[in-house]
Write a protein that binds this ligand. Structure first.
Ligand code: GLC
Length: 738
């Protein structure tokens, strides 16, 4: 009987706590004028960073009028204290401001760009990186990050592929949850946790021709099976905010799209957080040709379900009249204001608006040694060894002379990548040169820049070729500038930029039999079709962050064994794009036994296969997969089956291996991808060690949206495989029975 009462009291307590939240917010709202409620839906920018066009805002005036609820690009204890004091002491109701910033892959300590982080396939590391980012950002007064970016993309021309988790839904869903957990922690009222924001809702990564902000068209099935799931995963992980996107979707801009913002996000998913627009994305309904003027754009944005206007001036200026004219329901304003106030409540800002303002914490948090050590570990784990012919890697530290050549050898500016928040580009980051200097004596090192990333100036070639001839091994550190990926940075050409490829060719010609290692810094899949035949090894380090130089050296000299695997396909050339592992079979697939057969779905100039597949990544050791087992040939809709394989480290290094489970639904009421990742496990094996890796499969893993948009499974035969990458042929299958 006592237990019963304890349960009642406990539930009552819980109920009152959450109701208490809402009751308190409602009591504040009852005091607010319509314009003050609208004020909460307004966000402008501070001067600590610039992440979009200048819009000309008078922040102090808007805050004092109660016409601003949030700020982006405002940070530091002093800066946020000054701004918060204006909101608390100089406005009628003293409602605290919310400070947001793009803390995407680190705030001060910068981790690899997110495409790199995803290549670690290490959910714990990804969560740790965002936990550290939240520690550093919150110590500088930031309450909210505009991350994770969860846009699926199969478009290497699109610069923002660098910000996401690649092409696969299953992996992107898991990674989205890891970021949300890392940023938001387990208690938002703690001053070291920050609101996360799932962006850019939705399908921004499917921009036509990979051109940023470009048109998106797709069937609802593709939307629901590929582009929506990571957003739903973020909701399931408790993400507190969403950001609507710039792109239109099937003719309706996503920042004015009632179907995605209300029908799906609110009615289907019951999302209770708030939606912020992207930077003036409501204003952009006008150039989209979807709103006739600013007032119309404000009306559409609020009615469609965008709760907060980022930098747009629209909600502040026009919503009150629109409500008075009956063109926007006041209920929508109330909902938006309530969601925003609730978020502030959850952060504890009503209890203490200065909770994130602590000078001692600001001075002692950034760049903590343990943060830098973690960044070094994660940068190494995010790197992918694409090729290692003649066991060119790892290099010996006894090598007499190693030539380091390329515009990114001594780089400390691009190495932290795009969207690097307050990461230092003036020398805090360790260059590859500094990293390798920890392993070699100066007399072992030869260096030449050789050329720039983009400039067409070959005057440095001579020196580079000359030192390459003196060396026993050659390490080229080349790639893109950080500004060549990220926002508004799409490329039509996927080659290593500038005359770098030419220099690679000349160095090979001058050293026909010497070990040449290419270390790549880039924010997207590149066309390496020429380089694979010119160099022995290719190490993809993406933009590896503050400790990237040290991590690269750890990999080059074998202190760390590479373990990363691609989460995006590397095409042979841009003409193959879009190309991704889980495509459809078509009615005329190329037969395995006769690749040259005519009238098949192929090109006449290149094979259908990419240069490097999804899931590809080498190690300094080798792994053998054997003894595949299925617990049953039949899966019942209410049951599970287990698939297992033995993985053995058959090489000369201890190492991690990312074991992947793939399934192929052979027949469906809509065509199904030729294979889909449905599980993965990162294991560590000492030399000679074996482990049995087991995956459990249930119908939950097999569900998809069919042509009637029903989410479910269909009985039939499913092929199954456990493999080191997506490059395999199925040999086993099971039947799903009713
Ligand atoms: C930018 C980006 C978005 C970012 C926002 C605020 O335009 O699209 O990812 O969070 O504006 O900086």
């Amino acid at each position: 009987r006592n237990l019963f009462f304890i349960i009642i009291i406990f539930c009552g307590g819980l109920f009152s706590f959450s109701q208490n939240y809402k009751a308190k917010v409602d009591s504040i709202m009852s005091l607010m004028t319509l314009q003050e409620k609208i004020g909460q839906t307004v966000m402008y920018g501070g001067s600590w960073d610039q992440t979009g066009p200048i819009v000309g805002a008078d922040n102090g005036k808007y805050i004092r009028e109660g016409n601003m609820g949030a700020m982006l690009n405002a940070m530091s204890v002093k800066g946020t204290l000054d701004l918060q004091k204006v909101a608390i002491e100089e406005t009628r109701l003293g409602i605290p401001l919310l400070f947001g910033y793009d803390v995407i892959h680190g705030h001060r300590t910068i981790f690899p760009i997110n495409l790199g982080l995803s290549a670690s396939w290490d959910l714990k590391m990804i969560e740790e990186s965002s936990r550290i980012a939240a520690e550093e950002a919150s110590a500088e007064g930031i309450h909210w990050t505009f991350a994770p970016m969860v846009d699926i993309s199969r478009e290497p021309r699109w610069g923002r592929i660098s910000e996401g988790a690649g092409e696969d839904v299953f992996l992107a869903n898991k990674i989205a949850k890891a970021y949300v957990k890392g940023f938001q922690g387990d208690d938002l009222s703690k001053p070291n946790t920050i609101l996360a924001c799932a962006k850019h809702y939705v399908a921004y990564g499917a921009a036509q021709a990979g051109r940023d902000y470009h048109t998106v068209n797709m069937g609802e099935g593709e939307l629901r099976n590929v582009y929506l799931p990571p957003f739903k995963a973020a909701v399931d992980a408790g993400v507190e905010t969403f950001m609507s996107a710039f792109n239109e979707l099937n003719g309706v801009p996503t920042s004015g799209n009632k179907f995605t913002l209300r029908d799906i996000l609110r009615d289907e998913w019951n999302f209770e957080g708030f939606v912020v627009s992207d930077y003036t994305s409501i204003n952009e309904l006008i150039p989209h040709g979807f709103a006739k003027d600013s007032i119309d754009a404000a009306r559409i944005g609020m009615n469609a379900g965008v709760d907060m206007d980022m930098m747009g001036h629209l909600y502040r200026k026009f919503l009150k009249n629109l409500v008075e004219e009956g063109k926007v329901s006041e209920a929508y304003i109330n909902d938006a204001c309530r969601r925003i106030l609730l978020a502030k409540y959850k952060l504890g800002l009503f209890d203490d608006p200065y909770r994130y303002i602590n000078e001692e914490r600001e001075n002692t948090t950034k760049y903590k040694p343990e943060f830098l050590a973690k960044a070094r570990e994660i940068a190494a784990a995010s790197s992918v060894l694409l090729q290692n012919n003649n066991e060119a890697l790892p290099l010996s530290t006894n090598t007499k002379k190693i030539a380091f050549i390329g515009p990114l050898v001594k780089d400390e500016y691009d190495i932290i990548g795009n969207w690097a928040a307050k990461g230092d580009r003036q020398g805090k980051a360790l260059s590859v040169f500094e990293g390798i200097s920890e392993y070699l004596n100066s007399d072992q090192i030869l260096y030449a820049k050789g050329c720039d990333i983009l400039k067409d100036d070959e005057s440095g070639f001579g020196e580079a070729i000359s030192i390459s001839k003196q060396a026993d091994a050659i390490v080229l550190v080349m790639g893109e500038g950080h500004h060549m990926s990220g926002e508004a940075a799409s490329r039509t050409n996927l080659k290593i930029p500038g005359i770098q490829p030419k220099l690679i060719k000349k160095i090979r010609e001058a050293n026909p039999n010497k070990k040449i290692i290419l270390v790549l810094m880039n924010g997207r899949p590149l066309n390496l079709s020429d380089e694979v035949n010119l160099v022995d090894a290719i190490l993809e380090i993406w933009f590896p962050g503050t400790m990237g130089g040290a991590a690269t050296a750890d990999l080059l000299f074998g202190e760390v064994n590479p373990s990363g695997k691609l989460t995006v396909t590397f095409p042979r050339n841009v003409g193959q794009v879009p190309i991704y592992y889980n495509m459809k079979n078509t009615g005329r697939p190329i037969p395995d036994n006769n690749p040259k057969e005519d009238y098949k779905s192929n090109y006449i100039d290149v094979p259908n296969s990419p240069l490097f597949v999804f899931g590809h990544g080498l190690s300094y050791t080798t792994f053998k997969y054997s003894d595949f087992k299925l617990s049953s040939q039949n899966l019942y809709t209410n049951g599970t089956i287990q698939a297992s394989v033995t993985v053995t480290n058959t090489g000369n290094y201890d190492g991690h291996e990312i074991v992947q489970l793939y399934i192929h639904d052979k027949v469906g009421s809509v065509t199904r991808p030729v294979k889909e990742l449905k599980g993965f496990e990162k294991i560590f094996l000492k030399q000679g060690e074996s482990k049995i890796v087991t995956f459990e499969i249930s119908v939950e893993d097999l569900k998809f949206y069919n042509s009637e948009m029903k989410f479910g499974v269909e009985p039939g035969e499913f092929e199954i495989a456990i493999a080191p990458s997506s490059d395999f042929r199925f040999k086993h299958s099971f039947n799903l029975l009713d």
